[in-house]
Design a protein around this ligand. Structure first.
Ligand SMILES: [Zn+2]
Length: 195
């Protein structure tokens, strides 16, 4: 075994970097994608209260995307600079979700607000990420009342790894019929140019 203090850099690459080049990466860089109603609900929660709060999300993986279609609000304590999930009530919530046919294995997103304070992963948040999750990966999300939002992916196995994730909204697809209707209206009201 190599002792830590005997680590000597021998390759030319000094720091690990995400490979984003299409020709070299196995997929485009990872991202967090919120379905529109999830985004609207979160935006409402964040904007509407100066208290810290906790929300959990069901995450599905598609290619390079972690997609969130469903949220759950667990019982939690909440203050101006404090929030914690009620650990006594949590097993009952998981039971309830399972009985409702939800896949609790997909509960991989932990969202919390810093209220009116700046949004960043505080040392307490990082400590929670390091110690609280009994799964191989988890996404954490922090925001504040100004809707300044940040997300990170933490992988715990086979080695611990943290990646900042960009957040996207998935807009519903517009049907061709709808587009036709819009274009008909536009064209019917476009007057002839005299120039
Ligand atoms: Zn925090």
């Amino acid at each position: 075994m190599i002792a830590k203090n005997h680590m000597v850099l021998v390759g030319s690459q000094e720091k690990p970097t995400l490979i984003t080049n299409e020709g070299e990466a196995v997929a485009p860089p990872p991202r967090l994608v919120l379905e529109l109603d999830v985004f609207l609900r979160l935006e409402c929660y964040f904007r509407s209260t100066d208290k810290e709060f906790q929300v959990l999300g069901f995450v599905e993986t598609h290619d390079n995307s972690f997609v969130v279609r469903d949220l759950v609000v667990p019982k939690h304590s909440s203050g101006a600079a404090y929030t914690e999930i009620d650990q006594n009530a949590f097993p009952a919530l998981l039971d309830e979700l399972e009985k409702a046919g939800k896949d609790i294995e997909k509960l991989r997103l932990q969202i919390h607000s810093h209220g009116d304070l700046p949004a960043y992963f505080s040392p307490e948040d990082v400590n929670t990420i390091r110690t609280a999750y009994a799964c191989d990966w988890m996404i954490s999300f922090v925001g504040n009342r100004a809707c300044d939002w940040y997300a990170r992916l933490d992988v715990f196995e086979p080695i611990p790894l943290s990646i900042a994730l960009p957040i996207f909204i998935s807009l519903p697809a517009v049907t061709p019929g709808q587009e036709e209707e819009w274009m008909c209206e536009l064209k019917s009201r476009m007057g002839r140019s005299f120039l």
